[in-house]
Every structure is written in structure tokens, then in C-alpha cells.
Design a protein around this ligand. Structure first.
Ligand code: NAD
Length: 335
């Protein structure tokens, strides 16, 4: 069977449920209600979400919202993070956050190992190919994952890029090495180009791709260094160009969400996320509560639904309105 060739999470390491059960679960799941008589309905749609390795980040919340809306969710998880994610999943660590509004549990149709920094096996250097954190996994480059998804699931409708990495993010741009800068661009921007290149041909017309960006692309956020601000600027520019090219070529839409601060694993690694959350709470137009990841999930579900059929090439802000502020209301100057 073709399936077994792509069973990259072979044997015990694959998290799947039977096809019939998947279909029932997707069919019976409620749609996200946004308005009386108008709902985000993704029943029958298949989504590939890259960048989920725990239940704290945007990728998880996006998967949850897509599941709530009835979509079938397939994951691509970074190879070095896969083992711990899969073990935690099996041990029930995420059970509480897997619960959907109708009482059912979010299920992933399949989890593929993936490293979005590599397009083909020929690109993979010896030190990664022989790294023990990659041992036992195969077919994890972008082109191979896309091929496996096509073999296992056929066409998909939704593509989510919820990943970034900047090894020198804690360094100011003035101190960032060429290697660190290019690594940030490769993992955080080109990875999105590569995903759309390789998954575009297997997307149904009317499908949609989403990535996650950050305000540092257009305004200075001290501390968001290592070329990550440049990477987000590239991501937003690429969103517009890819929207044009992929729209013309495959009839799909390409958007990016500029998200407000969230204390995810990646954000904690940068070191000042709590300050950014507090700053936003003090200064954003909406200041009742910190941003909740599910708000990005819900916006993604909308943007990937037919309700957003006329939206493409957009940077959509989901940040409690922080992006519109030109002055910090809590500055000592205003006291
Ligand atoms: P996260 O830690 O939940 O997600 C980042 C994911 O990227 C992780 O699962 C990690 O395993 C994966 N990853 C890293 N390198 C990879 C690679 N080479 N191949 C495949 N996967 C790889 O953190 P998050 O904050 O939810 O990040 C998701 C997206 O949201 C990122 O693009 C991030 O820049 C963006 N974002 C985050 C914030 C924030 O405050 N957290 C704000 C705006 C935008």
C-alpha cells in the first residue's frame, strides 16, 4: 500500500484514527458560530498545519479552531520536537486542551515529521542527516512531506505555516552574523515559500494558505533581533507576491496574520515575552484581557473559509489593536 511508504511516524509513533471515525468526527463537529445564521463551516475540508509541538502555541489553537469548524487536521511537526510531542500526546498531557465545544476530542488525522528548512533530501547536510534527533524518521523535507500528504489524503484545502526560528534572535541586528540572519530567513520566511511551492499543486481551487507574522516587520521592537524582524518583513512581502502567483496558478488565497504577543515556547525563548504581553495590556485599544491564542485560531478559520473568498494577499492584524498605536499611553511622559 502506498500509505505504508509514507508512514514516516511508523508503528507506535503515528497518531491516527480510523478513516471512518475521522469522517464521522469531522462531520458531526459543530461549526464556529460567528453570527446568528452565519457560521464558519469547514466540514469536508482537509488542513495541513505545520508548527505544532505542544498545546501552547498558535499552531495548536489554529488546529483547534479548524477542528471546531469541522475540518480534518493533519500536522507537520519539527523532527527534533516530535518525540516529546508525540509522547506527551499519548500520555494524555494535552487531553484537557484537546476538548472541543461539543465534548469530543480534537484528533489529528496524521502527524508527519517535518523540517521546513530543507526542501529535498539532497539539501540535508551530513550533520543533520546523522543527527540522533532525526534518527528513525524519514521523508521529512518539505517536498517529501507534500508528496506523502498527497499519497495519504489526496487534495487538501488549507495550508498553515505556524513556525519560525532565529538562532540569534536575542542579538540586536547590529550584532547578528550573516549565518544567523540567513538561518532566520530560511526557517521563518523561505519555509513558507517552499510550503506553498510544494503544497500548492495539491490544493483544491478555492483553498487558502495562512502564515503568522509579527509587528516587528514594520515597526521597531527592541529585543526581536537576529534578523527575525527582516524575516517577518519578507514573509509579509512574500504573502502579497505569492497571493498573486498562487492565485493565478492554482486559484488559492494566501494571507498572513500579524498576531499580538503570546507566551508560547518559541516566544519564551526570546526572553521578553511577558513584558510584551504587559505592554500590550497597558497600551492596546482592547485592554480587558491578554490576547488568547484561540482568537488567532478563529481568525484563521474565517480566513480559510468561503466567507473570506475575496481576501488574499492581506496582513490581518489580530493583536487587540496594538498595531494602530503610535504612542504608549503608559509612558512616563503622559503621566
Ligand atoms: P511555537 O513554539 O508554538 O511554534 C513554533 C513552532 O515552530 C514549534 O512547534 C517548532 O517546533 C516549529 N519549528 C521551528 N523550526 C522549525 C522547522 N525548521 N521546521 C518545522 N517546524 C519548525 O510558537 P508560536 O509563538 O506559536 O509561533 C508560531 C508562529 O507565530 C511563528 O511564526 C511566530 O513567529 C508567530 N508569532 C508569534 C508571536 C508570539 O508572541 N508568540 C507573535 C506573532 C507571531
Amino acid at each position: 500500500m502506498v500509505h505504508s511508504q509514507c508512514a514516516s511516524l511508523a508503528g507506535t509513533r503515528r497518531v491516527t484514527m480510523p478513516r471512518a471515525q475521522r469522517a464521522t468526527s469531522a462531520k458531526t463537529r459543530g461549526a464556529v458560530r460567528v453570527n446568528a445564521g452565519l457560521s464558519v463551516d469547514l466540514k469536508g475540508k482537509k488542513a495541513f498545519v505545520a508548527g505544532v509541538a505542544d498545546d501552547n502555541g498558535f499552531g495548536w489553537a489554529i488546529s483547534k479552531a479548524l477542528s471546531e469548524a469541522g475540518a480534518e487536521v493533519i500536522l507537520g511537526t519539527w523532527v527534533p520536537a516530535l518525540n516529546i510531542f508525540e509522547t506527551s500526546y499519548r500520555r494524555g498531557k494535552f487531553d484537557e486542551s484537546r476538548k472541543l465545544s461539543d465534548g469530543s476530542m480534537m484528533e489529528f488525522a496524521k502527524i508527519y515529521p517535518m523540517d521546513a528548512v530543507f526542501d529535498n533530501m539532497e539539501d540535508v547536510p551530513e550533520d543533520i542527516a546523522t543527527n540522533k534527533r532525526y534518527a528513525g524518521n524519514e521523508k521529512w523535507t518539505v517536498s517529501e512531506v507534500a508528496k506523502c500528504v498527497e499519497e495519504d489524503f489526496g487534495k487538501i484545502d488549507i495550508l498553515v505555516h505556524s513556525l519560525a526560528n532565529g538562532p540569534e534572535v536575542a542579538k540586536p541586528l547590529l550584532e547578528t552574523s550573516r549565518k544567523g540572519y540567513l538561518a532566520a530567513i530560511s526557517a521563518s520566511s523561505y519555509s513558507n515559500v517552499s510550503m506553498i511551492q510544494h503544497f500548492g499543486p495539491l490544493m483544491n481551487k478555492g483553498g487558502a494558505a495562512i502564515s503568522l507574522t509579527y509587528l516587528a516587520s514594520e515597526q521597531v521592537i527592541p529585543g526581536y533581533g537576529g534578523g527575525m524582524s527582516s524575516a517577518k518583513a519578507a514573509l509579509e512581502s512574500d504573502t502579497r507576491v505569492l497571493a498573486y502567483e498562487a492565485g493565478r496558478k492554482w486559484g488559492i488565497r494566501v494571507n498572513t496574520i500579524s498576531a499580538g504577543p503570546l507566551g508560547s515556547r518559541a516566544a519564551k525563548a526570546i526572553g521578553f515575552i511577558d513584558k510584551m504581553i504587559n505592554y500590550s495590556l497597558s497600551n492596546a485599544p482592547l485592554s480587558e484581557k491578554p490576547l488568547n491564542a484561540i482568537e488567532i485560531g478563529n481568525a484563521t478559520a474565517f480566513l480559510c473559509s468561503p466567507l473570506a473568498s475575496g481576501i488574499t494577499g492581506a496582513t490581518v492584524y489580530v493583536d487587540n489593536g496594538m498595531n494602530i498605536m503610535g504612542a504608549a499611553g503608559d509612558s512616563a511622559s503622559f503621566q
